[in-house]
Write a protein that binds this ligand. Structure first.
Ligand code: ZN
Ligand code: ZN
Ligand code: ZN
Length: 557
């Protein structure tokens, strides 16, 4: 393997832990004229993620057309929020907010003045949306409810990161699947429940790392198995009899089985890196990628590092979360679809190039610095138009000043995010407490006591015992105490699949699914079979034996 060479290990400015800068990193920084980072990869990512609220929605009014809308910005925000039609429309001029650059002030302070006043887009949804108001960051949905970050779903609820799903609920990273419930990182599956990291599995439940399995229960690392329970073969009759005995339509039986399955999973070896068709990569859940390091949940990457959730063809990028279809982008959150040389930007996409420190600039923009919400613009700084010549001159001046102040190519500060920290994805990957937030002067969303009223009601153990009156019932989450309700569409799905109603709120269910995934951190370990050196997300504290991808294939395929 063509590995990297560690050149230095400076302490991170934020978390104080030493982090690696390799020969490869330095070559990349030189190429894009970036200063070496002062924060470690995790602290850089945390800062970017603190700008992204993926799943907290609020009722609001569009500040332009006054229509009722759903929005990702909470009621106490101080900037205007527009509905999608108004925000993309011609009823306002983004250049009205333009500011002159003031060399006596910090650039980020000036950017924040602009950021605070420019209208924000309430919800990001694109393409035809039918009966799917409570969704965000999504394209082409029909009858969907509380699903986020994905494309083309029908009759789906409570999920995140998806593509082509139908009749599914409670999912995370689910692609091309139907009738799936509580599935995480599964592709091409049908009628699969409570499973993780499976491909092409049908009519099964409690599977992990299985491919092409059918009518299986509680299996791990199985390939094309049929009528197996805990990796043990049964006849069709025996299998059906056993399934009856487990009674997995009953809430209590499911909880018991979950514990049993967890123990079984820990007794089985694990593949050190999940993914297919890779060459010279480190990370996890990577597909069809080459010469790419320390990246997670990505596909089609070449010469990239520190990437997460980028699933469209990308080359020569570093430190980008979400999206893809880009070249030479660095330190960005949500950029893609024809993005070239986009640096330290948030939500900049669709045929854009040479943009720096800008947010929500879309559709054929180029040569922007510190802009917000521009569409089809070029040679602008802080939303002010310049000639190409003026732009080049002022750009060089600002760059030099930002290099001096240490702001150049850094992402916007956490403190100026439009969200409270615990509304954002940062809290999912890098959780902090209210006390820590106060200490670091990071905005924090307080719990609304009205949403946590005690409830004296436990949902029935089976869906057969559950009638429609439950739709009027306020439920209390068994984990966090938050009140939640069921929608009729989900009751229909539970009936169709004969599964009991959940006892936890959708946020706690999401957190539980997140916890079934490995952390985005690489440990240096050895393959349990061959002894070769590995980098893996499986902590040395985990009880499972780990196998290199090659040994894993030898053992299980
Ligand atoms: Zn750090
Ligand atoms: Zn409007
Ligand atoms: Zn809860």
């Amino acid at each position: 393997m063509d590995t990297e060479k560690t050149i230095k290990t400076p302490p991170c400015r934020t978390c104080k832990q030493n982090f690696e800068i390799t020969d490869r990193d330095i070559a990349f920084y030189k190429k894009i004229e970036a200063p070496e980072p002062k924060d470690c990869y995790h602290c850089r990512q945390r800062r970017r993620q603190s700008y992204r609220n993926e799943r907290h929605l609020y009722k609001d009014t569009c500040d332009l057309c006054k229509k009722s809308i759903i929005s990702i910005y909470s009621e106490d925000k101080t900037f205007p929020v527009y509905c999608s039609d108004c925000w993309f429309g011609d009823g306002w001029d983004r250049m009205d907010y333009g500011q002159d650059y003031d060399p006596s002030r910090s650039f980020f302070d000036q950017w924040n003045d602009l950021w605070k006043k420019v209208p924000k887009l309430g919800l990001l949804t694109l393409g035809q949306m039918e009966n799917s108001d409570y969704t965000h960051d999504a394209i082409r949905l029909t009858n969907c409810y509380l699903i986020f970050d994905g494309e083309q779903a029908k009759d789906c609820m409570y999920g995140e990161t998806f593509y082509l799903t139908k009749d599914c609920a409670d999912f995370l990273f689910l692609m091309k699947s139907e009738l799936c419930y509580e599935c995480t990182n599964c592709n091409d599956c049908y009628n699969l429940n409570y499973s993780q990291f499976c491909n092409n599995c049908n009519e099964s439940a409690f599977l992990q790392d299985c491919t092409g399995c059918q009518n299986c229960l509680g299996c791990v690392n199985r390939h094309r198995a049929k009528f197996e329970i805990f990796n043990k073969q049964y006849s069709e009759e025996e299998y059906n009899e056993k399934i009856k005995q487990y009674g997995l339509h009953d809430y209590n039986n499911i909880q018991k089985f979950k514990q049993e399955f967890k123990k079984f999973v820990q007794s089985q070896p694990k593949k050190s890196t999940r993914g297919l068709q890779n060459e010279n990569i480190t990370g996890d859940n990577i597909h069809n990628s080459k010469d790419t390091f320390y990246s997670f949940d990505c596909a089609d990457l070449r010469d990239c590092k520190y990437m997460t959730n980028c699933v469209m063809k990308s080359n020569d990028c570093m430190d980008v979360d979400i999206w893809g279809g880009m070249d030479r982008c660095y330190n960005c959150e949500c950029v893609g679809e024809g993005a070239q040389n986009i640096i330290a930007c948030y939500y900049v996409a669709f045929n854009v190039r040479d943009c720096y420190h800008s947010a929500f600039c879309m559709k054929s923009n180029h040569d922007l610095l510190g802009c917000v919400a521009l569409i089809h613009k070029h040679h602008c700084i802080l939303n002010k138009q310049y000639s190409e010549e003026e732009y080049t001159k002022l750009f060089a001046q600002i760059k030099a000043q930002m290099q001096k102040s240490g702001e150049w190519m850094e992402f916007f500060p956490i403190q100026t995010s439009a969200f409270k920290y615990n509304e954002t994805v940062a809290q999912e990957y890098f959780p902090i407490t209210k006390e820590q937030a106060a200490k670091w002067k990071i905005p924090w969303q307080e719990k609304d006591p009205a949403k946590y009223k005690p409830v004296d009601f436990t949902p029935p153990d089976t869906i057969a015992e559950t009638d429609d009156s439950i739709l009027k019932q306020i439920l209390g989450c068994e984990t966090c105490g938050k009140n939640y309700r069921l929608v009729s569409q989900e009751l229909d799905l539970y009936r169709k699949k004969n599964i009991p109603v959940p006892h936890q709120c959708s946020d706690c269910r999401h957190t539980a699914r997140m916890q079934l995934r490995n952390p985005r951190f690489l440990y240096k370990r050895k393959c349990s079979k061959s002894g070769e050196d590995l980098e893996t997300t499986i902590s040395p504290k985990r009880p499972e034996a780990i196998l290199s991808p090659e040994e894993f294939v030898k053992e299980f395929f």
